[in-house]
Each structure stands twice: as structure tokens, then as C-alpha cells.
Design a binder for this molecule. Structure first.
Ligand SMILES: [Zn+2]
Length: 415
């Protein structure tokens, strides 16, 4: 009988055509049979596993530090800017005066209500600044970010559980700056991942216990493509960051056994990676292969990618989310010209939630945000639509899209 074979061929051809159409379709097009969990806003903790809050770069240094209650000395070593107060002036010229000093909770703005609403079990950010009063500016580096240690309550104000430090700014103020950063955060009860006083400390995970459910293990890595100097790699008896020399399978496997061995039933493993340049949506094949390898071999539950100043596409691979670029969540770039088309002022709060039984992604909601007056705000309607279009355009190749809910939030859909 030829009919079944022909029919199968036709079906395969139709499937290939629809996949191709999905990969190139216009924003807002329809993806076949998207998967989402039921959309009840407050899922029962009994039937659902751990929920995380993840976001991109949080840069509370430089201009932002200057509006906090205890600013560091403002001098800079940048070619075109000699004072951190200059960034406050640029922002005020663009969007109006800011009351100074602000209180510690000010920076988080509308994000605080979103965190209250979503009630994540753990809050993980990439802290894109040193927390130090060190004067040891890293020689030859163009930009040095620091927040004064006395301003660390601004991180506690959002109940941040873990700061990822494997990035291209944690050593901006030298080894003294790194040591003070780690010491200050830990002193404030905030866990750190991805940097430390020696190699073992740098590669150790931050561990957050979720009572009655499991743990969140956060492993963090820095790469040269995000501007991290190779010399910043932690060594046996030298402080530094947890550094990936490349994104090869061999490098992934060098960490996989250790990570997989540490994971217990009920745990969620985060691989937080600072990778790629600041601008551009393209996702290098080696990033994709590396993320897949971590999921396959290290039992990683989410790849938390950052470094790009704007959000990038999302993939769900074997029911595990890969956030290739979470964008900038907070910075002092307001009013700085250049790259406007990427809308670095817009960002997302990511709330992935795992199914307790299967360990797979159950749902992922996102809240669009905008930085204005050095504060995180809910994004205005036009910004929400812009982010929706970008997430759908960039997710198409991976079979993901976002559905905009009536309250201007997103719900991830995937095939
Ligand atoms: Zn960076």
C-alpha cells in the first residue's frame, strides 16, 4: 500500500514547511501547538516545584552609587568621563532631576511588587559591579564600576539571595576590591557564586535551601567573549573568577561530573554564564552546544546567560530553559547616546518554575521592565509590545514565543 507512505511523506513535508515558516514568520505569527502549563496565577506549592527570579546585569555602581546614601569617591579613569557624577547629570538631563540621596529600596521600583506577587523561592542576579572602596583601579581597563560597601543594603532591600560575580567588572578595583566585594556581600547574608579567594571558592556553587522542596545550586562562569581578561581566572592559590577558557565539550565536561554529583533529588541547578558581546541578537553555535552539553551531562536545570545589554531569545531544550541573554536590568546608561535600536532600557524579570515530579520546566512568566530615573519600572505599553516582538522574532528559531497576558506580562510558550 502506497497511501500510508505518501500520507506520511506529505505530513513530514507539511511539518518541515511549518517549522520553516515558524523560523521565518513575522512577529506575532502562530506557532503550532505551543506548550504552557495552566495559567492559574498562584500555583499550589504542593504540585509545583521551585520558582526562581532571574534577571540580567544589575549595575549598582558608578552613577547609581552616587545617588545612594553612601557614595564612593566619584573619580573615574574613563577617557571621556572623570567623575561618576557625570552619569547622574547625563541621566538628569535626559529624564529630569532625581531626588538625592534615594533610599535603599528606590532602585528596585516596581520590581519589588512583582517579586512580592511572584514569591520566588530564590532571587539570583548578575551583579555587574565591585562592592568596594578600594582605589586599586585595574590598570589598562577603560571602565571601573564600584558601589560603596555601605550601600550594600540596596541589595538586601530586594532580598537578593545570590549575586553572580563571574563577570568583567568584579575585579575592576583589583584583588582588594574583589576580596571586599565577597566579604561585604557575605556579611550582608547574600551568597556569591563565580568568584572567590582561590579556585575552589570561585567554582563552588552558591547553595540556597528551599525548605521542604530542595535546594537551588548556582554555578557561575565567566568567558573571554564578555570582556573578562584571561588573567582574571582564579587559580589554586590566587583569587579570581570561575573562568571558561572556551565553550568546548571538553570544557563543559570538566565541570559536568562535579555539578551532576552535587545535585540531589528536588534540587534546581543554575548555570549562570557571562558570555558574548554587549550588542547583537545572534547566538553563536558554540553557546548553544555548550548549553545543551550542560543540560545533558551536568543535569543543569536552567542556563542563565548574560552580558548582552538587551534581551535575547529563549530556547527550551529537553524541558530545560536556556536564557541566552537576560539583558540589563539596572544601570546608569540613561541618556547615553548610541545603540538606541536595541532598547537597552527595556528588560525582563524571569520567573521560571519547575514541575516537582518531573523536574521539567512547568511554566515561565516574564515581567517587562524599563530603567528610568535609575530605577526599575514596569515597561510602558509600547515597550511591552517591542519586547514581545523581539522575544517572538528571536525565539522563532528555537520554537519559543511569548503570549502577552492582559496585565502586560508574558507567558513563555514552547514546542
Ligand atoms: Zn559584563
Amino acid at each position: 500500500m502506497n497511501m500510508p507512505l505518501t500520507r506520511r511523506r506529505l505530513l513530514v513535508r507539511a511539518l518541515v514547511a511549518s517549522l520553516a515558516a515558524a523560523a521565518t514568520r513575522a512577529p506575532g505569527g502562530t506557532v503550532q501547538e505551543p506548550r504552557t502549563a495552566p495559567t492559574n496565577e498562584r500555583p499550589s506549592r504542593r504540585s509545583h516545584g521551585i520558582t526562581l527570579f532571574l534577571c540580567g546585569d544589575v549595575m549598582t555602581g558608578r552613577g547609581i552609587d552616587q545617588i545612594l546614601p553612601h557614595p564612593a569617591k566619584p573619580h573615574l579613569y574613563e577617557p571621556y568621563m572623570r567623575s561618576a557624577l557625570g552619569y547622574v547629570q547625563i541621566a538628569e538631563q535626559a529624564t529630569g532631576p532625581m531626588k538625592r540621596p534615594v533610599d535603599f529600596a528606590y532602585l528596585w521600583g516596581d520590581a519589588l511588587a512583582e517579586l512580592d506577587r511572584a514569591q520566588p523561592d530564590a532571587r539570583v542576579i548578575n551583579l555587574e559591579t565591585a562592592v568596594t572602596a578600594s582605589e586599586d583601579a585595574w590598570p589598562g581597563k577603560g571602565i571601573h564600576y564600584r558601589m560603596h560597601p555601605a550601600n550594600v543594603p540596596c541589595l538586601a532591600a530586594a532580598k537578593i539571595d545570590c549575586c553572580v560575580l563571574a563577570n568583567n567588572h568584579v575585579l575592576d578595583w583589583g584583588y582588594r576590591g574583589l576580596a571586599e566585594t565577597v566579604q561585604t556581600l557575605r556579611g550582608a547574608g547574600i551568597r556569591t557564586a563565580g568568584a572567590g579567594n582561590d579556585h575552589d571558592e570561585a567554582v563552588a556553587p552558591a547553595v540556597i535551601v528551599v525548605p521542604g522542596t530542595g535546594r537551588v545550586l548556582v554555578y557561575a562562569f565567566a568567558t573571554e567573549s564578555s570582556g573578562v581578561p584571561r588573567g582574571w581566572a582564579a587559580r589554586k592559590s590566587r583569587a579570581g573568577v570561575s573562568f571558561l577558557p572556551d565553550l568546548s565539550a571538553k570544557t563543559a565536561d570538566a565541570h559536568s561530573q562535579r555539578i551532576a554529583a552535587a545535585k540531589r533529588p528536588g534540587d534546581i541547578v543554575v548555570a549562570s554564564i557571562h558570555w558574548g558581546g554587549n550588542w547583537g541578537y545572534a547566538i553563536p553555535p558554540e553557546q548553544r552546544a555548550f548549553a545543551h552539553r550542560l543540560i545533558d551531562a551536568a543535569a543543569v536545570d536552567v542556563v542563565h546567560g548574560h552580558s548582552s545589554h538587551h534581551v535575547k531569545g529563549i530556547e527550551v531544550y529537553r524541558d530545560k530553559p536556556i536564557l541566552y541573554g537576560c539583558g540589563d536590568f539596572l544601570n546608569d546608561y540613561e541618556g547615553i547616546a548610541g545603540h538606541e535600536s536595541f532598547r537597552a532600557d527595556l528588560g525582563l524579570m524571569y520567573f521560571p518554575q519547575w514541575d516537582a515530579a518531573s523536574g521539567g520546566l512547568a511554566r515561565c512568566t516574564m515581567t517587562p521592565t524599563q530603567i528610568r530615573h535609575f530605577r526599575v519600572n514596569r515597561a510602558p505599553d509600547a515597550g511591552v509590545r517591542w519586547l514581545e516582538q523581539v522575544m517572538n522574532r528571536e525565539g522563532a528559531a528555537f520554537g519559543t514565543r511569548v503570549a502577552r497576558t492582559g496585565d502586560n506580562r508574558f507567558l513563555l510558550e514552547w514546542r
